[in-house]
Design a protein around this ligand. Structure first.
Ligand SMILES: [Cu+2]
Length: 262
């Protein structure tokens, strides 16, 4: 039997070492220097034409009574508990007057090539034991600043599919790292210390995306003339698509079907 035990032990050791490698690769609180932190693949990225490009806008709606967020168990961490005297709720279903926040709306198909970012480098804070913002968009290759404003330890755990996973501890307020994703996908973030903490980072090869606010509204600017598939993503609802065609300087309102209670 002993000879069968050896491969099993080796397997365990290799899993443990894979974990060690990941944390080193992240470069620690001041680093971010691993191969998963390199910019997007080289190639000519075009500039969005904000002056002549089209604008696509709309509002994401929910019909009927949306699911309700539930109270979270935060007793295990004194710092988090003190930040939220009246307790904390999950923040999946931010629906107000039928308008849905935290939806990512983006061009899914129809663009040719890559486009540069319009906005500056995005930030993902950890504040009051939540990720802030809960949903954000960025362009592949941009440096995402991940920081903590909390006097408690957070463990930033990104779990992408196309990019490399990383898991880095930010132990105190002011700790920060930067990270650049190479490939386009929507990346879930967790904190392994506080199991309720989650965020979603949409990584795109272009800047034609928006996240809906409390009013459910989105607006995407600088879109080159053409025919596109526009997609809306929400962490709990199904993905929906609409087709849209825009001309130069045109402003077009688009309507996605409203989400409904299932
Ligand atoms: Cu945490």
């Amino acid at each position: 039997m002993l000879r069968f035990a050896t491969p099993a032990v080796l397997a365990v050791v290799s899993i443990l070492c894979a974990g060690c490698g990941d944390s080193k690769k992240g470069g620690g609180p001041t680093g971010g220097t691993g191969k998963d932190s390199e910019p997007a693949p080289a190639g000519p990225a075009k500039k969005a034409d904000l002056e002549n490009g089209a604008i696509v806008k709309g509002v994401i709606r929910f019909e009927g009574t949306p699911p309700q967020d539930k109270a979270l168990q935060i007793d295990g961490d004194d710092f988090c508990r003190k930040q939220h005297g009246e307790g904390m709720k999950s923040e999946y279903y931010l629906v107000k007057d039928g308008k849905v926040a935290n939806c990512l709306v983006y061009i899914k198909d129809g663009l040719q090539g890559r486009y540069e970012a319009i906005a500056g480098n995005p930030e993902l804070d950890q504040k009051g034991c939540r990720y802030d913002p809960h949903v954000l968009g960025m362009v592949a290759g941009q440096a995402l600043l991940i920081k903590s404003s909390d006097a408690t330890g957070h463990n930033v755990h990104a779990i992408p599919k196309k990019n490399d996973e990383f898991n880095i501890m930010l132990t105190k307020a002011g700790d920060q790292i930067t990270h650049a994703f190479r490939s386009a996908e929507i990346v879930p973030f967790k904190c392994d210390i506080h199991n309720w903490m989650s965020a979603w980072v949409g990584v795109f090869n272009h800047p034609f995306f928006a996240v809906t606010g409390e009013d459910g509204a989105f607006e995407i600017r600088g879109i080159p003339p053409g025919k596109y598939t526009l997609e809306v993503w929400h962490e709990k609802f199904r993905v929906q698509r609409v087709e849209v065609e825009v001309k130069e300087k045109e402003t077009k309102s688009v309507e996605f079907p409203a989400y409904k209670a299932e």
